[in-house]
Design a protein around this ligand. Structure first.
Ligand SMILES: [Zn+2]
Ligand SMILES: [Zn+2]
Length: 461
């Protein structure tokens, strides 16, 4: 029997920030274990509200985390786990590793998600990392520093040789730390991966892109595109903010991998790219870019308005290139010019604005973990079902279910989103999330904003 399974295959554990694992005392271990188990329990509460069946453990090779997982999870079917006593959410062994490669005096950084069928393969993977001198005991998301492209390819082949069902998924491929990101501009997957490119079947869209934007890039036409939250916390506005619905015949690890490899993706659910932290090209204010800009200075641009040479008109340093611009550049470099507006995505997807963000606007409460917002959220879910249902039903169906049940400002905010009557001001750029604005529409293809209290020394065009 074929069934739909909703998955989020890229998340992080409570150890993602790194910890001095080697120096851990037994007391520290039990403190960490408590933190980690709490995270799993919260995940168990959050995922059903979102309508997600299965999520990655994150950081699965990080020794302290592997040890805790082995203690507290139970294998349900081969490669699929649940937290003892909590059956709502299933877990899959997953991590994100950072590969680096020197290119023209710089270091190309590429984040890669790996999925593992069992703990034995995770341990063999860790042995490989040790043999390559990777500091995996201190970092949950370690760096694998490679000297050449041949070494990148060879090392990934060696990881994949551990077990035929280990899967490689280049992460958030258009962001600065993705394969096509701006830190060093590459044109094709093989520019980084070399011969192992043939083993790459699945790529992650990332929060700032979706199948429509990625439809600009010819090389991706034959690939499976999936969406994941890349969540670093179990909060409602982070976990499951993007996910993928696949068709499987059994909820077993190997079936899930086969389904992904053969592109049995029913649809992905996408965060609005314009809200993503790297959507437009720009430089943020000094509040988060100290020493470069002062607090009143920032700028961001749609591709057609980016200053020549990608140079910031305020500080004259290189701008952080947005995902939108990179999609256009990679498409052009691959020799085919496609128009974003006329692309018919090969893969179905649903755009959603996270419900908690809409509630935050409707209630004018900024803290998205506030009790009031969570109460509203759970109330809506109790009427409609998990959040993913809200994005599948029609406007009329939503009205029918929610009229008289929720406060008018909330219903009104939901109407705006359902009708596509929203934008972001500003859009996401240079590591800043976009800010939702309801009841207005914007054109992200025609944006040029430069805010500076000091006169610009450079002509723009
Ligand atoms: Zn990453
Ligand atoms: Zn600047």
């Amino acid at each position: 029997m074929i069934m739909e399974l909703t998955v989020d295959l890229h998340a992080h554990s409570v150890f993602a920030g790194g910890t001095q694992a080697l120096k851990l005392t037994p007391e520290k271990y039990s403190e960490n274990k408590k933190k980690a188990v709490n995270h799993l329990k919260k995940t168990n509460e959050t995922m059903p509200l979102k309508g997600i069946d299965l999520i990655g453990t994150g950081d699965c090779q990080f020794t302290i985390w592997t040890d805790i997982l082995k203690e507290v999870v139970i294998e349900d079917t081969p490669g699929i786990f649940y937290l003892e006593g909590n059956f709502h959410t299933r877990f899959i062994l997953q991590t994100e590793i950072i590969f680096t490669l020197p290119i023209k005096k710089h270091s190309k950084i590429v984040h890669i998600v790996f999925l593992f069928p069992n703990f034995t393969s995770v341990e063999s993977f860790r042995d490989l990392l040790t043999s390559w001198d990777v500091k995996h005991e201190k970092m949950a998301r370690p760096f694998v520093k490679c000297a050449s492209q041949a070494q990148v390819s060879d090392r990934i082949f060696r990881i994949l040789e551990i077990d035929p069902f280990i899967e490689i998924i280049p992460a958030h491929i258009m962001t600065p730390q993705g394969i096509f990101g701006s830190n060093i501009k590459l044109t094709r997957l093989s520019d980084f991966f070399g011969p192992v490119t043939d083993r790459i079947n699945i790529l992650e869209t990332g929060l700032s892109a979706d199948p429509q934007f990625l439809g600009l890039i010819p090389e991706l036409d034959t690939k499976t595109l999936i969406s994941n939250s890349d969540a670093h916390s179990s909060a409602l506005h982070r976990m499951g903010r993007e996910f993928t619905v696949i068709r499987v015949s059994k909820i077993e690890y190997s079936h899930i991998i086969q389904s992904l490899r053969s592109n049995k993706v029913e649809y992905t659910v996408e965060f609005p790219p314009e809200e993503g932290r790297f959507f437009l090209t720009g430089h943020r204010s000094g509040r988060k870019k100290p020493g470069v800009h002062d607090n009143s200075q920032y700028c961001y641009f749609s591709p057609q308005h980016v200053p020549e040479g990608d140079i910031c008109p305020i500080c004259h340093k290189n701008l952080t290139i947005g995902v939108f611009q990179r999609c256009m550049e990679v498409a052009k470099a691959q020799g085919i010019s496609r128009n974003l507006n006329s692309i018919i995505p090969k893969q179905k997807f649903i755009r959603m604005v996270p419900l908690i963000d809409i509630l935050s606007k409707a209630r004018n409460v900024k803290t998205r973990t506030s009790k009031l917002l969570i109460r509203d959220y759970k109330h809506i879910v109790s009427i409609i079902g998990p959040e993913n249902i809200l994005w599948k039903i029609t406007l009329d169906e939503m009205e029918e279910k929610l009229s008289g049940q929720v406060d008018e400002p909330i219903l009104n905010a939901l109407r705006h989103v359902k009708k596509g009557n929203f934008t972001f001001y500003p859009y996401g750029y240079d590591g800043e999330y976009g800010t939702l604005k309801l009841g207005e529409q914007g054109n992200f293809q025609d944006i040029k904003v430069i805010k500076s209290s000091t006169p610009l020394q450079q002509k723009l065009y």
